[in-house]
Write a protein that binds this ligand. Structure first.
Ligand code: GDP
Ligand code: MN
Length: 349
């Protein structure tokens, strides 16, 4: 007789408990992924890379969120691969739909216009719901409420070096609230009025603007205009408590009322980055040189050869995006007056 194919329930109940060498030292944190069922095979690759380079030693939980129910195949495979506990959540309808103040005809025209102009994802409705969800809601999903820190992981990413100490613990012990590996300039056509909305917020909520913030990262003229620099949000390790703070919620609410998630195509990357740069102290934002990362089409690979060898990296330094023209990371080093790593000025051809 042919043996019965495993189900999600059988995989879950028979999952062997492999306790990582550092699992006793965990902080209250989780991986989080927003994905569709059709993202399964790309997600499997991301989980393997995260487990192999880091999480097999720690067994952190992993929360998966979706605007539909995850199917059994998705749950079975991801549960088998993640060394920690897995959680699967459906997004409440009101967090993935049009608020009543949005004119849906106007939104549709905006999509058609951006599609004609060949703006990336310009014609997509679901992409807009996704960006709004990542901007304002994922951190308040019931499954996220018990955690203090999150690490966002998207399908088809790569980690190219060992992560040999715990980034979550680093965040907590050093009072970091937001962190990034890649930064770059946003495509201006997706955010024509974002900065107007931001200024409306700073005008009505000056109490949320922090002293010693990183405003210089996002504006070259003291806040008059946006220079389009942002942290690339497909990778983030951050504080959920910060995102759940009154300051951040007031900010998101102001932006959301102006409708640019639908009438334009505001990305969660500039939305998070502007918030972090205005509302946190510079020192509360961290750049990870040690976490070598790829999400199409950019790579962060440590410039310092000793670091690449120590961390058993498999990336090529010539692919590192940090010091290229379209990256904002050099600007980040300048405004934080940080010394650049060894090898940053090596030329590759
Ligand atoms: P890109 O990185 O900007 O090209 O956008 P992605 O296609 O990678 O989408 C960003 C994240 O949102 C990924 O984790 C996707 O899996 C997820 N995502 C995008 N669109 C949807 C959607 O319609 N539904 C769900 N559940 N997840 C989505
Ligand atoms: Mn992506």
């Amino acid at each position: 007789p042919t043996p019965k194919a495993p189900t999600y329930d059988s995989v879950k109940s028979q999952k062997p408990q492999v306790i990582g060498s550092h699992s006793g030292q965990r902080v209250n944190a989780t991986f989080v992924t927003l994905a569709r069922n059709s993202d399964l095979w790309d997600m499997v690759k991301s989980i393997r890379t995260v487990e192999d380079r880091f999480n097999h030693n720690y067994n952190y939980d992993w929360v998966f969120l979706n605007d539909e129910e995850f199917d059994d195949e998705f749950k079975k495979l991801t549960t088998a691969l993640v060394s920690g506990k897995t959680h699967y959540g459906v997004i409440p309808e009101e967090h993935w739909s049009y608020p009543e103040w949005i004119d849906q005809d106007k939104a549709k025209e905006a999509r058609q216009e951006m599609d004609r102009k060949k703006i990336i994802y310009g014609g997509s409705e679901s992409y807009r719901h996704m960006c709004r969800y990542e901007s304002g809601f994922f951190f308040r999903h019931p499954l996220m409420m018990n955690f203090e820190y999150y690490w966002r992981v998207e399908p088809s990413i790569e980690l190219y070096c060992d992560v040999d100490s715990d980034p979550f613990r680093f965040m907590k012990e050093n009072n970091k609230k937001y962190s990034f590996v890649i930064s770059l300039y946003e495509y201006a056509a997706t955010i024509p009025t974002l900065w107007d909305s931001v200024k409306k917020f700073t005008g009505s909520h000056p109490e949320h603007i922090s002293e010693g913030n990183a405003m210089e990262f996002i504006s070259n003229d003291g806040g008059e205009t946006y220079n389009n620099c942002h942290f690339w949000s497909n990778f983030e390790i951050g504080s959920l408590e910060w995102l759940r703070s009154d300051a951040y919620i007031d900010y998101f609410t102001t932006l959301d009322k102006d409708g640019g998630f639908f009438y334009e195509r505001w990305g969660d990357a500039p939305v998070h980055s502007i918030a972090a740069s205005m509302m946190l102290k510079k020192e509360e934002i961290h750049f990870w040189d040690d976490i070598a990362y790829y999400h199409v089409p950019f790579t962060h690979c440590p410039s310092d050869e000793k670091k690449r060898l120590d961390l058993r990296c498999s990336c090529q330094p010539k692919d590192n995006f940090d010091w290229k023209d379209y990256s904002c990371t050099k600007h980040w080093f300048d405004i934080t007056k940080t010394e650049k790593p060894n090898g940053w000025d090596t030329k590759y051809d």
